[in-house]
Design a protein around this ligand. Structure first.
Ligand SMILES: C[S@@+](CC[C@H](N)C(=O)[O-])C[C@H]1O[C@@H](n2cnc3c(N)ncnc32)[C@H](O)[C@@H]1O
Length: 243
């Protein structure tokens, strides 16, 4: 029997807002073009770093081309594929932030999960000794030669086993990492000397233990929280000092 049009038909849900999604994509595309143009200007006087940065930009970490290698790496290291979700900082705003934190010639900056090396480029452009640790060989392979030519150290390795004893500043962009990965990396940060700084993207070092239901161990104090333009939009960077 056909239902009459006046029956209690469930109203269909409104269609998803297509325009905002497209608008957001366009905004992101524009952000990347403008921010990268600024990065080129900043790096023009530093050709070796510009070449390193360019190698990274051209590496294009696409989930389609990297899907299978990501699965292999995720199984090999016992981490979810989400740990490899890619996003990166822009050089110019990161450089400004690092300079404000006192990074300059002689400072040691370590990026745990350095990806295509944007933080390393920003640090090295200030005269710092920049060292990156990256789990994905694809990223390391894409920038290793140019990094060596620019005097930047990049190594395949696991942030959960990294040695940061000599670092003045550690950068860690761990927003998509599993809570267990973040906890293990945080434990490595205990090896920092007193006074060293940690720039942690989205989750501060103490958020990591609090989110896991553990109490703060009092080893870090938050000194600042800043908003930084990154490839996915504006992100919070929590800056903490090792006590
Ligand atoms: C969000 S990207 C950040 C890239 C770069 N640090 C930046 O801020 O521009 C995070 C990177 O960490 C890497 N990664 C994930 N787990 C890791 C681990 N346990 N050890 C080292 N690198 C890791 C990923 O492959 C990815 O390249």
């Amino acid at each position: 029997m056909a239902l009459s049009s006046s029956s209690t038909a469930v109203p269909s849900p409104p269609p998803p807002p297509a325009r905002p999604a497209i608008g957001r994509l366009l905004q992101l595309a524009l952000l990347r073009v403008v921010a990268r143009a600024v990065d080129v200007v900043v790096l023009l006087p530093r050709p070796a770093l510009l070449r390193l940065w360019w190698a990274g930009v051209m590496a294009k970490p696409s989930p389609y081309t990297q899907g299978f290698p990501l699965l292999i790496e995720s199984r090999r290291h016992g981490v979810p594929v989400a740990d490899f979700v890619y996003g990166e900082v822009f050089v110019a705003p990161t450089r400004r932030l690092l300079r404000r934190l006192g990074v300059g010639p002689g400072a040691v900056v370590v990026d745990l999960g350095c990806g295509r090396g944007a933080v390393l480029v920003a640090s090295s452009s200030l005269g710092a000794r920049a060292r990156g640790v990256e789990l994905l060989p694809l990223h390391v392979g894409a920038i290793a030669a140019r990094a060596a030519a620019a005097g930047v150290e990049v190594g395949a390795g696991d942030a959960r086993q990294a040695d940061v004893a000599d670092a003045d500043v550690v950068w860690v962009s761990w927003a998509t990492w599993a809570p267990s990965t973040r906890l293990a990396v945080r434990a490595r940060l205990h090896g920092l000397r007193a006074g060293a700084l940690v720039c942690a993207v989205v989750h501060g070092v103490d958020d990591v233990v609090l989110d896991a239901g553990l109490g703060s161990d009092g080893m870090f104090e938050t000194v600042d929280t800043v908003r930084l333009w990154c490839s996915w939009g504006r992100a919070t960077v929590v800056i903490s000092r090792r006590c």
